[in-house]
Design a protein around this ligand. Structure first.
Ligand code: FES
Ligand code: FE
Length: 331
């Protein structure tokens, strides 16, 4: 079985879209192989299976009418909780088929994203981000990128400083020494934390050698919070949600939080830089096999691959039920 087919992954919260994508019409997303429709009604966002119970048309191709989502095929209307509210071919007082529900998934808005959990009993939680919307910090919402690789391969890439000098030789890895320290990695209640320092050849809008001192939190299973400190006091926090759409296909949603201002570094520079960086990763990651190996004996490793091995050990324990996350704040 491919890693992302493990049932435990259905029990986590995943960002599936930016809130800004949900202004007027329902939208379609995939999550762990399920088609999901998202829409906003009465001020809240809602998520449901993207199949009308009548003839299974895609609800995401429909529209909104008052607080109802309307199926594009025969116009059946459903309320925010997924109950059938109207069949336009019938008189208003006619009884409706009581079991014909659209259904619903758990859904909430946090940090500018729409989060969905496919299971009614979620494990773990949503990361604590004290800097988000705090005084002295600004948020730079970024993009969504599609990767043709598995979600664990994408989160692994973000824990792996050994690729920087090669994959990112067109951006921040240009001319940097490929010899790296072995990063330290620890388990936490919510997942993993890694601390490492690496030399880099630049940062958004600047081409100068500097050093990144990064604390990386991996919130189970595939959400990364990277707090990158630079010697001049700039802190650049990257939120990277690696949301598994299906086996071998992952949606990366990304935002940045910084303690500087638009005048110090325009958001456009940050977006342009990160777009290039993600394209560099995508060129390699899209060529990896769909099947992500959890066994250490699959593939070969050196001592600098310690974070990768620990990630795989931890994911294996998660899939076997030997490790269960809690949503305790960062300690
Ligand atoms: Fe949705 Fe008929 S398929 S109303
Ligand atoms: Fe990379």
């Amino acid at each position: 079985m491919l890693v992302t087919q493990e049932p435990v992954f259905r029990r986590f919260w995943y960002p599936v879209a930016f809130e800004r994508a949900l202004e007027h019409e329902p939208i379609h997303r995939r999550l762990l192989g399920e088609d999901v429709v998202l829409w906003r009604a009465g001020g809240t966002v809602n998520a449901a299976p993207d199949r009308c119970p009548h003839r299974e048309a895609r609800m995401s191709a429909g529209w909104l009418c008052d607080d109802h989502i309307v199926c594009p095929y025969h116009g059946w209307e459903f309320s925010a909780d997924g109950a059938l509210a109207k069949v336009p071919q019938l008189e208003d007082d006619a009884p409706l088929p009581s079991r014909a529900r659209l259904g619903s998934y758990l859904c909430q808005e946090r940090y500018g994203w729409v989060w969905v959990c496919l299971d009614d009993e979620p494990l773990g939680g949503i990361p604590e981000l004290p800097e988000y919307d705090a005084e002295g910090w600004r948020v730079v919402p970024e993009y969504e990128w599609m990767f043709e690789c598995s979600a664990p391969a994408l989160i692994e890439n973000n824990l792996d400083p050994a690729h920087v000098a090669f994959v990112h030789k067109g951006t921040f890895g240009k001319g940097v020494d490929p010899r790296i320290e072995v990063p330290s990695l620890e388990r936490t209640a919510y997942g993993l934390v890694r601390r490492n320092k690496i030399a880099v050849a630049g940062r958004p809008g600047e081409d100068e050698m500097t050093e990144r001192d990064t604390t990386t939190e991996i919130w189970a299973p595939f959400m990364g919070v990277f707090r990158i400190g630079y010697p001049d006091g700039l802190v650049h926090i990257m939120l990277k949600a690696c949301t598994p759409e299906e086996d071998g296909r992952t949606r990366l949603l990304q935002q940045v939080i910084r303690n500087d201002t638009e005048a110090d570094r325009p958001a456009a520079d940050i977006l342009a830089f990160d777009d290039k960086v993600e394209a560099e990763d995508k060129d390699v990651l899209d060529t990896l096999p769909v099947d992500y190996p959890l066994e250490p004996t699959q593939q070969f490793h050196t001592r600098v691959d310690r974070p990768t091995l620990e990630l795989r050990r931890w994911l294996k324990e998660l899939t076997l039920g030997q490790w269960v996350p809690t949503n305790e704040p960062v300690g």
